[in-house]
Design a protein around this ligand. Structure first.
Ligand code: T1G
Length: 661
């Protein structure tokens, strides 16, 4: 018995409690402790059955992910993994009942499936999320799951990794009973009920495996879905192959095939990258100079100024999180437009079945459109999302400074302007912070939280906690032009223009990056955002530019001809009514003109050079940002690029991909 796993007797039932906070991961000592307790129960005649339960908030969240790095670095051998424990559970003469609350994920579910029975509270979730780490279940999950729930559901669970709620899992045969009331009490009662009944090991149940004819279309469909929705990812295909092995091979051979596929994935670059991202998403919440116990302000009421695309999206974000939000704009017309876009957005979600009409009505009811500052004095946070001009932002901040209560967080959604300059328009710069949402604000997970020189630690801690409440990934960054994401995006998009001016085809520049795994190439992104946005800023800051620095010419030339991108149906590409892009001969002609003007003789430029130069532009700016302390760590930049700019998570982010960790 160890402090990680406790043993107790209750009405002739051995209760084995795993206590490895925070999530009862199967860290070294835990599997061994469980096995020792099950053996102890087996040797005790007074014991008729065993209940396995987690202390704290969860059953078992899976293998200890920290261990994988030690194995792949050669620091430790993988050994037999969980298989010795699974054998003890499965061969126990007395039935072992897994009692599940919170999560039974990965190895946690695999442990539970090696038990004779599984009971759970309705609020718990089960799943095999391994593919999200670039691996697959490695302890029999792909072999036992189809035997319990059938091939189709097992495939879906192993290929996509989504959690399943207990009532659904019970319906499918994965959970034997849903326990109402106290889980331990219910599990002990269930154990006494089944103590003397014969047990059929899951591995011996083949009734749900179906036949090759029945399964062939399922595997075909799974592979097609992987090609469409999981482009570039290797683990889903390995998960499909492992489940397929369960339908073709005897259990022991299927287990060996799973182990082979697991090993391949564990040592893959994609798994290292995805594990880097898993921990990275948690590391970014740790701010060295803002202690974990920094007081956090409560945010029950919000107010947004500006009902444009961003303001409306931000208001939806708060309403979706259950927070009442006032939405102010200067004119009723602007407000009506904003509210109309919110209603249309929600209606589209209801039409797609994302949520019910009632949920839409509840969210809408949380948004109060208005043209005055009425009620702003009650707001716990005010978010400014007006036109991206410093004069207007300063005016708005002076106004809210006059109405907001003392402990109201004053946030600006600016995407490039100085937080310090905006804060100076108020008498309380310590309450001012940047909350840079990414469009569409109600969809994109990233929230760049920009600290000003005077921003207080409480306002930072409140913002980080609020990001979680809003379902966002909050990344704290320093104040400079473009902060982190947009600042890096600038040289990246500039290099894309240089490549075209030197001879690369527009579609090849974008194609090289979509092939790399980005959702969109740099030029298509410019067309989407509007080339005129950058053009206006360049004209405003022309006087600050280094006259010696090489400047791209192409996007100015496009804008001078009114080719702003999708909004004008012409930009780098031309667009049809459905906004489908195609190469535009006029652009080709303009490119030739610009090359001639610049005295450039075009040359062939291949995908490798394109990728190398664009990624170098991104990473070199990232290095400067780290040197200046604008980003805390390389992983913060990776999380920003994955969640705000479509950088493929399975590449780990730009800095990880460049070997900078
Ligand atoms: N191993 C190690 N640490 C883990 C962990 C794990 N499996 N899961 C969470 N943590 C840490 C996390 O880094 C954080 O640390 C703290 O626990 C709280 O986590 C053999 C091979 C369970 C839904 O993929 O999905 O089993 O920041 O902030 O929001 O075939 O954690 O406090 O220092 O996420 O309440 C499969 C991963 C593993 C589940 C809880 N299992 N975890 O969410 O807390 S591979 C997973 C989660 C495997 C088998 C295979 C979530 C959660 P820190 P948290 P949460």
């Amino acid at each position: 018995m160890s402090e990680l796993v406790r043993y107790a007797l209750r009405d002739g039932v051995a209760v084995v409690t795993i206590d490895n906070p925070p999530v009862n991961a199967l860290s070294p000592g835990v599997p061994e402790g469980i096995a020792a307790c099950v053996r102890q129960a087996g040797a005790d005649d007074a014991v008729t059955a065993v209940v396995l339960i987690g202390a704290g908030r969860s059953f078992i969240a899976g293998a200890d992910i920290n261990e994988f790095g030690k194995i792949t670095s050669g620091e430790k051998q993988r050994g037999e993994g969980l298989h010795p424990l699974l054998a003890v559970l499965e061969d126990s003469a007395k039935p072992v009942i897994a009692a599940i609350h919170g999560q039974a994920f990965g190895g946690g579910l695999e442990v539970a499936m090696a038990c004779a029975y599984r009971v759970a509270v309705a609020s718990a979730q089960v799943g095999q999320p391994e593919v999200r780490l670039g691996i697959i279940p490695g302890a029999g999950g792909t072999q036992r799951l189809p035997r319990l729930v059938g091939v189709e559901m097992a495939l879906r669970m192993c290929q996509f990794g989504d959690p399943v709620k207990v009532p659904v899992a019970c319906e499918a045969g994965l959970i034997d009973r849903v326990i109402d009331g106290d889980l331990l009490e219910g599990a002990v009662a269930f154990a006494r009920e089944v103590a003397c009944q014969p047990v059929r090991r899951v591995r011996d149940r083949d009734g749900k495996l179906g036949t090759a004819e029945q399964n062939a279309p399922l595997f075909q469909a799974a592979r097609e879905a992987a090609a469409k929705r999981q482009r570039g990812l290797e683990a889903p295909l390995a998960a499909i192959a492992a489940v397929e092995a369960a339908t073709r091979l005897p259990f022991a051979e299927g287990l060996r095939e799973e182990a082979r596929l697991f090993e391949e994935r564990l040592f893959s670059k994609q798994s290292k990258a995805l594990i880097h991202v898993f921990f990275g998403e948690r590391t970014v919440a740790k701010i060295p100079d803002v202690p974990k116990d920094t007081p956090v302000l409560s945010v029950k009421q919000a107010a947004v100024i500006g009902a444009g695309t961003m303001g409306a999206g931000i208001a939806m974000t708060y309403a979706n999180a259950g927070i009442a939000v006032r939405l102010k704009d200067a004119t009723a017309e602007a407000l009506d437009r904003g509210m109309a876009s919110i209603r249309a957005n929600y209606a589209a979600s209801v039409a797609k079945g994302r949520f019910s009409q009632q949920a839409m009505d509840e969210r809408l009811a949380r948004i109060s459109p208005q043209v005055s500052y009425e009620g702003f004095e009650e707001a716990d946070i005010i978010i400014e999302a007006v036109f991206e001009g410093m004069a207007l932002k300063k005016q708005v901040f002076a106004e809210i400074d006059a109405v907001a209560k003392a402990d109201c967080v004053l946030a600006t959604n600016t995407s490039t302007l100085s937080i310090d300059e905006i804060a100076a328009a108020t008498g309380r710069p310590e309450m001012v912070i940047g909350h840079h949402f990414f469009s569409p604000a109600n969809v994109m997970r990233l929230l760049e939280i920009v600290r000003g020189k005077a921003t207080s630690k409480t306002v930072i801690a409140t913002s980080m906690a609020l990001a979680r409440t809003l379902g966002k990934i909050g990344v704290l960054v320093g104040n400079c032009r473009g902060f982190v994401g947009n600042r890096m995006f600038h040289p990246y998009r500039r290099e894309a223009q240089f490549l075209v001016e030197e001879g690369a085809r527009v579609a090849d520049v974008d194609g090289a990056m979509t092939e790399f795994g980005l959702a969109m190439g740099p030029l298509a992104v410019g067309d989407l955002a509007g080339l005129d946005v950058g053009w206006r800023i360049r004209k405003e800051y022309r006087h600050l530019e280094d006259p010696r620095a090489r400047k791209p010419r192409m996007e100015d030339a496009l804008c001078e001809r009114g080719r702003y991108g999708q909004k004008t149906r012409t930009g780098w590409y031309k667009y049809d009514e459905q906004r489908r892009a195609s190469v535009d001969p006029d652009v080709e002609a303009l490119i030739a003109e610009v090359r001639a003007e610049l005295g450039i003789t075009p040359r062939e430029i291949g995908a490798e050079e394109i990728r190398e130069r664009l990624l170098a532009a991104l990473v070199n700016e990232g290095k400067r940002i780290l040197e200046e302390g604008i980003a805390l760590r390389p992983v913060d930049i990776d999380i920003i690029y994955i969640n705000g700019y479509g950088f493929p998570a399975w590449r780990g982010g730009p800095m990880f991909h460049a070997g900078i960790v």
